[in-house]
Each structure stands twice: as structure tokens, then as C-alpha cells.
Design a protein around this ligand. Structure first.
Ligand code: SAM
Length: 200
């Protein structure tokens, strides 16, 4: 069963603000600075808060409640199970605070994102997690609260994320206080006519 945090966008926003405190807005602003005028596809978009900070926004998530509420806001969002469906090609693909859900298969998602991003991919992930708290009760509550569909007990450390980003030739790494953001400039573009990848 999904955690109550995913039952309503308002509850989600309140909990995120509590968790992130003074770094809450900064996590979106840092991504917006990297995106600039590129078209953004926010994979695992949650409450689509990022849409308040970027111009050309699209989102995708498999939570019907979040998608319905985003559509009411007039956002261009798709209901899709990203694990099963092809990630659409897009100028810039963003994945924020969601990679941990797919451990131990998280590298598959990174590869798929880098393949579908035409100009840039941005992966931003928390390294300070209550789920990692030494206090077992706090850790258990945090794990229950952030559970979506898969059991996800493990969380990344800062060094694990840096190593992971470097493995995929990250261009820039920025510490956002609670999250760490990896920016991947795509150096290969698809030559549509020939159906091959060409370095630009
Ligand atoms: C922890 S939330 C992060 C939301 C948002 N990116 C943020 O940073 O606030 C993870 C999101 O991933 C979505 N999700 C998990 N597995 C998914 C899948 N297979 N396909 C699409 N969305 C998925 C959940 O519905 C949830 O909205």
C-alpha cells in the first residue's frame, strides 16, 4: 500500500517542506538554473512543484492522484509507469528525489534517462535522509512514509551518489544542502536520418 504522503498533493507538499526546511525552495531553484529555456520532462514528478520554477514543463508519474491534480493546474502531465514504458525523448530530463526507490536496479533507470535526454539530464537525490537515522523508530517511520510500491529500505550516502554520477560521466555536481545534483550534458545526438549516434 502507498504511504499517506502520496494520497494528496497538499499533504505531500507539507511533509516535503517539513523534511527539507530551509533547503526546500533551493532544490527546485538549482534545477531551474540548469534547465534555463530547455523543455523539461520531470520524471516521477510527484506534486509537480518544479513546474512553479521552470517555463517549459512536462511531468510523468504513475500516481493517479498527483496526475489528476496537476491536470487541474493546467500542466502537461502523463500517467505512466516509467519502469514498464519507454521514456519519451526530451531536451532535458529531470529525476528528482526518486532514484532510491529503484535500488538495486537504479543504474538501469540512469541509463534509460541518459539515452532519452537530447541535451541534458539532471538527477538530484537526497543524501540526508531520516530513513538513515540512527534512531530506529525515526528511521522506520521515514521508510514507511516514503514507501511507494516497492520496498525501499536503502538510501544513498553523499559519496555513493558522487561515485555513481562520475561513473556516468557527470558534467557538474552541486551540493544543495540535503540533495546532491548531477548535471549530465549529452555529448551525442541522434542522427535521425541515419539512425546512428553522432558526436557533436
Ligand atoms: C519520492 S517521490 C518524488 C517526487 C518529486 N520528484 C519530488 O522530488 O518531490 C517519488 C515519485 O515517484 C513516483 N513513482 C514511483 N515509481 C514509479 C513508476 N514506476 N512510474 C512512475 N512514477 C513512479 C511516485 O508516484 C512518486 O510521485
Amino acid at each position: 500500500m502507498k504511504s499517506p504522503i502520496y494520497w494528496n498533493t497538499r499533504i505531500y507538499e507539507i511533509i516535503m517542506k517539513l523534511l527539507y526546511g530551509r533547503t526546500y525552495e533551493g532544490r527546485y531553484k538549482a534545477i531551474a538554473e540548469e534547465v534555463r529555456n530547455l523543455e523539461v520532462l520531470d520524471l516521477y514528478c510527484g506534486d509537480c512543484k518544479l513546474a512553479d520554477f521552470v517555463k517549459n514543463y512536462k511531468g510523468a508519474d504513475f500516481n493517479k492522484i498527483f496526475i489528476k491534480s496537476a491536470k487541474k493546474r493546467g500542466l502537461d502531465v502523463s500517467l505512466m509507469d516509467i519502469t514498464k514504458e519507454k521514456i519519451p525523448e526530451n531536451e532535458c530530463i529531470v529525476m528528482q528525489g526518486s532514484l532510491y526507490q529503484f535500488i538495486p536496479n537504479h543504474e538501469e533507470i540512469i541509463k534509460r534517462i541518459l539515452k532519452s535526454a537530447q541535451k541534458k539530464a539532471i538527477i538530484s537525490e537526497p543524501y540526508i535522509n531520516l530513513a538513515n537515522s540512527k534512531n530506529r523508530v525515526v528511521s522506520l517511520i521515514a521508510k514507511i512514509l516514503t514507501k511507494t510500491s516497492e520496498p525501499c529500505d536503502k538510501r544513498f550516502t553523499k559519496q555513493e551518489l558522487i561515485n555513481l554520477f562520475k561513473k556516468y560521466n557527470v558534467t557538474k555536481i552541486k551540493d544543495l544542502g540535503r540533495d546532491i545534483m548531477g548535471v549530465f550534458e549529452i555529448k551525442f545526438k541522434r542522427d535521425r536520418e541515419k539512425g546512428i549516434y553522432k558526436e557533436i
